[in-house]
Write a protein that binds this ligand. Structure first.
Ligand code: SF4
Length: 261
């Protein structure tokens, strides 16, 4: 059973007051299947430990709503002082696929929603027309949740975007990790070079990572959890360079095949 389904069932059980489950139940999880192939007692012990960890991790993950409430007034970094709205992210709490961009821009800051406006429309088109999913079926978020501005005193000014600083990323990525811990996506698709670099801890450009599938462990406190990551171009880049849409579609096809769509 995929972890996202297991998580949903555990979450429903927790909602009705059940806090523990037999390890035999959890043997349906991916980690359990692998461990079952080992025959020695040590392997069984390792399986039990792994399942206990999985159970604890899955049950301990805060809901998305809890995470959102926790950071509703976040001022952990200077971006909090200039923003009009926190752009937390939106989509299904049980999404199998997460899209992650770098940070909100002008329109997102004004509405509190990720990836809207022209580039957001293109992303929606990719999801709906290309992948045959609904936007609400996936989860869309950014590395930082507040609009990084060159001139923080002018949130109404267009063309005021800048990349987030490493310090801002370091502060805010805590929230993204909690979102990932809660959603447990099977695949993450990063949009644009900065998001790929940050998620992969890689210093190369998009050409160094595009066209590859990465296995990453995005939760430092839970290194056994791994997720596939597929980098692709940012929709804003695709609007500026329409020929790149063909290449991006190849990436999306990889994502679809990983999700067996
Ligand atoms: S960018 Fe992130 S860490 Fe900084 S204030 Fe906004 S929510 Fe908080």
């Amino acid at each position: 059973m995929p972890n996202y389904k297991l998580k949903k069932i555990l979450s429903e059980m927790r909602d009705i007051g059940i806090e523990t489950v037999p390890s035999s139940y959890l043997s349906l999880a991916g980690e359990g299947k692998k461990a079952q192939k080992k025959s020695s007692r040590d392997a069984n012990d390792a399986q039990a430990a792994s399942l206990d960890n999985a159970q604890e991790s899955l049950l301990a993950s805060a809901s998305l709503e809890d995470v959102k409430a926790e950071y509703a007034n976040c001022m952990m970094c200077p971006l909090g002082h200039a923003r009009l709205n926190i752009v937390f992210g939106e989509g299904s709490p049980n999404a199998r696929l997460m899209f992650i961009g770098e940070g909100p821009g002008f329109t997102e800051d004004h509405t509190g929603r990720p990836f809207i406006g022209r580039s957001g429309n293109l992303l929606t088109k990719i999801i709906q027309d290309g992948m045959k999913l609904k936007r609400e079926d996936v989860y869309i978020a950014n590395i930082v949740k507040c609009h990084p501005m060159k001139d923080p005193s002018s949130p109404e000014k267009h063309g005021n975007d800048r990349p987030p600083s490493p310090d801002e990323v370091e502060k805010c990525i805590v929230i993204l990790r909690k979102q990932i811990a809660s959603i447990r996506p099977e695949v993450i698709c990063t949009l644009g070079a900065p998001a790929a670099k940050i998620m992969l801890n890689n210093t190369g450009g998009i050409s160094a990572v595009r066209g590859k599938i990465f296995d990453i462990s995005p939760l430092p406190e839970e290194p056994q959890y791994s997720v596939k990551l597929v980098p692709t171009f940012h929709p804003a880049y695709l609007l500026r360079n329409p020929p790149a849409k063909k290449t991006a579609w190849e990436d999306i096809k990889v994502v679809m095949s990983l999700l067996r769509l």
